[in-house]
Design a protein around this ligand. Structure first.
Ligand code: FCB
Length: 465
């Protein structure tokens, strides 16, 4: 028996790395400091009824001021890497032109603090906080935003490229395009058809242009973070299976096909009809989008159940891009997290195995997010005994190790999230952290899951020394 077998922790190959992830708008606060401009999330949060309890990211976890304490938590956790995101409106308050020095200085300090703690920084360039000025000019619906994204990327990599070894262009473009421009439950809160499909395309073009900028600056570990979904048919009926195909186009193929198969999704005509007229595409875009990557980041939380359903809106002029004649539900025969998400760990293995079979050109995988929101409370002993989160993490890491055994090339894992934070439209009501944040005092309190993760990383290191 090896050391890890006796510890009961999931086992990972030598060289596999562990990290923790966050995102700028969800933790930084300091919304009007350091010359930061307004992002679409600042605007969205101020629109009545958009975010639970009228919450905003104005203060969030105040990471902008407390980053040394947060880096110390990461150091004690023993992670190899920390995934954070850069707030575009800190670098270019109006989304274009020269860099705001104070914005770059903040990330410069953060990166140096991480390196001093022996932690490799992994920077996400876009985790949804688009400068409002660019949204006012059309946002991701227009190609110009993709070009501005490349300019911004250049400013960031020119400053941090000598010390940041890993770069992620976009986080979950599915959410930017479809939750932001079709469902309207994320900023900018639009409900559109063709506009959302154009946004999806321009996000991919922006990714490709950013990859070019990163390469020109010498970056050698570059990827994109997607949230491919594991879609389960509600029944085995031909109608439900066809509905799964359409949902695959919407959730997965839109991103994976251009990135890793050099084509636009084959099922798009059946899924969207004339809405997918491709008028936003230009010759050469597929080449730009398909630039080779060093890894693909995958965020995974839960499977979705799909059933056939009629159009919610028959009028092609007002139908949204997410209305692809499917009904999405959650499995109800398993435990649910406080997001209402079903906990089905083996679907994590299945997703990864399936992706690597469907896309032979898929680069190595890095899990850039995985975790759970639970009903945490501080117990009488002053601690947070988040047994459900520990079980979730253990079972998903086990499922991940099974994907690796089945031959999927996975290089690392980032837990979502280092600390409780602003969970978008849910405000502060959902807690994903392995560290609790008291939003009155902003005090940080490591939970049982933090200690479990620390011990797992320790056991992994010991097994490979
Ligand atoms: C993902 C987001 C991340 C966080 C988790 C729970 O979709 O990338 O910011 O909100 O979900």
């Amino acid at each position: 028996m090896t050391a890890t077998e006796t510890t009961g922790f999931p086992r990972f190959p030598r060289g596999f790395f562990f990290g923790a992830a966050t995102a700028s708008y969800q933790i930084e606060g300091a919304h009007d400091e350091g010359g930061r401009g307004t992002s679409i999330w600042d605007t969205y949060c101020r629109e009545p009824g958009r975010v639970a309890d009228g919450a905003t990211g104005d203060v969030a976890c105040d990471h902008y001021h407390r980053y040394p304490e947060d880096v110390a938590l990461l150091r004690d956790l023993g992670v190899d890497s920390y995934r954070f995101s850069v707030a575009w409106p800190r670098i270019q308050p109006d989304g274009s032109g020269k860099a705001n020095a104070e914005g770059l200085d903040f990330y410069d300090r953060l990166v140096d603090e991480l390196l001093a703690a022996g932690i490799a920084p992994a920077a996400t360039l876009y985790h949804w906080d688009l400068p409002q000025a660019l949204e006012d000019r059309g946002g991701w619906r227009v190609r110009e935003t993709a070009e501005r994204f490349a300019d911004y990327t250049r400013l960031v990599v020119d400053r941090l490229g000598d010390r940041v070894p890993r770069w992620i262009t976009l986080n979950e473009p599915f959410c930017s395009a479809f939750v932001g421009y079709a469902i309207g439950r994320h900023a900018p809160g639009a409900r559109e058809g063709r506009g959302a499909l154009a946004a999806a395309h321009h996000l991919l073009v922006g990714h490709g242009l950013a990859v070019r900028a990163l390469r020109e600056a010498g970056a050698t570990d570059v990827g994109i973070t997607l949230n491919p979904d594991r879609l389960l048919p509600a029944t085995g009926s031909p109608e439900d299976l066809a509905a799964v195909r359409r949902a695959e186009t919407l959730h997965n193929d839109v991103w994976l096909d251009p990135l890793f198969a050099g084509r636009y999704p084959q099922g798009e005509a059946d899924t969207w009809g004339a809405m997918a007229d491709g008028s936003y595409r230009r010759d050469g875009d597929l080449l730009t989008i398909g630039a080779p990557l060093d890894f693909v980041g995958i965020n995974y939380y839960r499977p979705i159940t799909i059933a056939d359903a009629p159009y919610r809106d028959e009028d092609p002029a007002t139908r949204t891009a997410v209305d692809v004649r499917v009904r999405e539900t959650w499995r109800d025969d398993v435990r649910h997290t406080t997001m209402g998400w079903p906990v089905v760990p083996h679907t994590f293995t299945d997703l990864l195995v399936d992706l690597s079979r469907r896309y032979p050109a898929l680069p190595p995988v890095v899990i850039t997010e995985n975790g759970s929101a639970e009903d945490d409370s501080v117990a009488a002993d002053g601690q947070v005994h988040d047994a459900d989160r520990v079980a979730y993490l253990r079972d998903h890491l086990q499922a991940l190790s099974e994907a690796i055994e089945a031959g999927v090339d996975v290089r690392g894992y980032y837990v979502w999230s280092l600390m409780d934070n602003f969970e978008w439209a849910f405000g502060y009501a959902k807690r994903f952290g392995i560290v609790r944040v008291d939003y009155d005092t902003l005090e940080r309190l490591p939970k049982d899951s933090y200690r479990w993760y620390r011990d797992m990383i320790g056991a992994h290191r010991q097994a490979h020394t």
